[in-house]
Structure formats: structure tokens, C-alpha cells
Write a protein that binds this ligand. Structure first.
Ligand SMILES: Nc1ncnc2c1ncn2[C@@H]1O[C@H](COP(=O)(O)OP(=O)(O)OP(=O)(O)O)[C@@H](O)[C@H]1O
Ligand SMILES: [Mg+2]
Length: 252
């Protein structure tokens, strides 16, 4: 199973949009995906339209409920979800004083059945707190969405520093496998310059795929559908399918 956290402590950088639509696009390519919503804002869980999400991952962090017991089927082919809820906010406080709290998710992921899913994708909250550290400790790969129409590079340095610390102390296998430029407005020179700067700075780490600004991507959460179903012919659907192909091409 490939394990990937989708993280950036900057709010609104495209984490949730990328988590849901990449999962759906991988599902279209016959990959089974476990999507894990680690954000107390539970945007991914709301987007997937679960009837009874319950307390979700709160149970994992506070009651040691096995991850596999929390997984629910979704209406999206190939995609299962471990839901979040507002309760997770409480987990953040609860975990602050716990010994070994950074490793809880890592141990849970290690206990998942080996043949269950091809991909584990984790939608992280916009902080570098204990929940995001749990995600970074639990995965081998990190995908960083950056918003292309603001200067996002300063925040990126801070995130990469955290990755270094996690690699040294918790998870030597962690590496950044891709930086994804999101919300690219091809009409403005500024957006193109940000992507060029990213490429100069981080070279091969930047995905060839760029996610263009597309209003359809902003609409589809209200319809509880991924872009591949909500508007399969949109540029948003095309971009996330291209990203899925690029990620599949990296499979060992
Ligand atoms: N390519 C795009 N085109 C148009 N709108 C987009 C695009 N990507 C994201 N958005 C919109 O931008 C906003 C932020 O995106 P998203 O929720 O995916 O970011 P996030 O990083 O998960 O945010 P948070 O940090 O709050 O969790 C949302 O309203 C989303 O619909
Ligand atoms: Mg989000």
C-alpha cells in the first residue's frame, strides 16, 4: 500500500479538494483507496456525504478503536473513508499530554490488512499540530498542495523543516514525493511566475500536472460528488485525472 499525507499548514491551499478528487481519479483507474479525514473541520467527510459518520477518528485517538473498524464505504467507486468529526478538536487537546501520542496513527496504519487498499490518502488540517505530525509519522510520502496565486514559498520552508524533524525522530521513511500547484489562473502572469519559482526552487519535486482554477471544483462539495462525477468533462476533472496518472506512473 502506498501511503500519502496531503498536508500544508497554510489554510485553503487545496488539500481537501486534492484528497477527494485524487482519490476518485485513482478509483477510476482501478485503484482501491482509503481516504482518511484527519481534519476536525471534517470537510472531506461532509463532501463524501456519509449518513452516519459518528465520531470517526476521534475513537482511534482516544479509545484505541482499530482503524479498520472506522472505515466506511462511500458512493465513489474504489474509495472508502475513515471519517472525521468536530470531536477531533477535543482529541488534539487530549493528546497534548500523552506519551507517544505522535505515533498513534502510525501503529494503526501498520495494523491495516496488507491487501485492503492500494493507496492511503490522508487529508490533514491546516496546522503543524499533533494530528498532522501523526499523519507525517504514519506515511512514506507527502504531497504538498500550494496555492499558485499567492506567494506560498515561505510556508513551504517551514513545512519542509517539520518533515526533516519528523524524519529524524519518528519516521525515517518519510519523503516529499510531490509539490502540486493548485488554483492556477493561467491568465495571470503572477500565477505562472509562482509556478516557475517553485520549479526553480524545488525542481523535480514539482508535479508536471498543474491544477487550474475551475469553479466546478468549488461547486462539487455541495453536491456530495467528486469532480470526476459532478462534471467529468471539466478542466478540474481533466487535471485530477492527469495527476492520478502521474502518481500511478511513480508506482514501484
Ligand atoms: N482548482 C480550484 N479551482 C477553484 N476553486 C478551488 C480550487 N481548488 C480549491 N478551490 C477552492 O478553494 C477553497 C480551499 O480549498 P480546499 O478546501 O481544498 O483547501 P484546504 O487546504 O483543504 O483548506 P483547509 O486548510 O481549510 O483545510 C475551497 O473553497 C475550494 O472549493
Ligand atoms: Mg481542508
Amino acid at each position: 500500500m502506498r501511503t500519502m499525507a496531503i498536508a500544508n499548514q497554510k489554510g485553503g491551499s487545496g488539500k481537501t479538494t486534492t484528497s477527494v478528487n485524487l482519490a476518485a481519479a485513482l478509483g477510476e483507474q482501478e485503484r482501491r483507496v482509503l481516504l482518511l479525514d484527519l481534519d476536525p473541520q471534517h470537510s472531506t467527510t461532509a463532501w463524501m456525504g456519509l449518513k452516519n459518520p459518528g465520531k470517526g477518528l476521534f475513537e482511534l485517538f482516544t479509545n484505541q478503536t482499530p482503524l479498520a473498524h472506522l472505515v466506511q464505504q462511500t458512493g465513489v467507486p474504489g474509495v472508502d473513508l475513515a471519517p472525521s468529526s468536530a470531536w477531533l478538536m477535543g482529541a488534539e487537546r487530549f493528546l497534548a499530554g500523552e506519551v507517544g501520542a505522535e505515533q498513534i496513527l502510525r501503529r494503526s496504519v501498520a495494523e491495516l490488512p496488507a491487501d485492503g487498499w492500494h493507496y492511503l490518502l490522508i487529508d490533514c488540517p491546516p496546522t503543524l499540530g499533533i494530528l498532522t505530525i501523526n499523519a507525517l509519522a504514519a506515511v512514506r510520502e507527502l504531497l504538498v498542495p500550494v496555492e499558485a496565486h499567492v506567494l506560498a514559498l515561505a510556508g513551504l520552508a517551514q513545512l519542509l523543516h517539520t518533515v526533516e524533524v519528523v524524519r529524524e525522530r519518528l519516521n525515517p521513511d518519510l519523503r516529499v514525493t510531490g509539490i502540486l500547484a493548485c488554483r492556477m489562473d493561467g491568465r495571470t502572469r503572477h500565477a505562472r511566475e509562482v509556478v516557475e519559482q517553485l520549479r526553480e526552487h524545488s525542481g523535480d519535486l514539482v508535479y508536471q500536472t498543474v491544477i487550474r482554477e475551475n469553479i466546478r471544483l468549488a461547486e462539487c462539495p455541495s453536491f456530495a460528488q467528486p469532480i470526476t462525477r459532478y462534471d467529468p468533462k471539466s478542466t478540474g476533472a481533466a487535471d485530477y485525472r492527469r495527476l492520478a496518472r502521474e502518481i500511478i506512473a511513480q508506482e514501484p
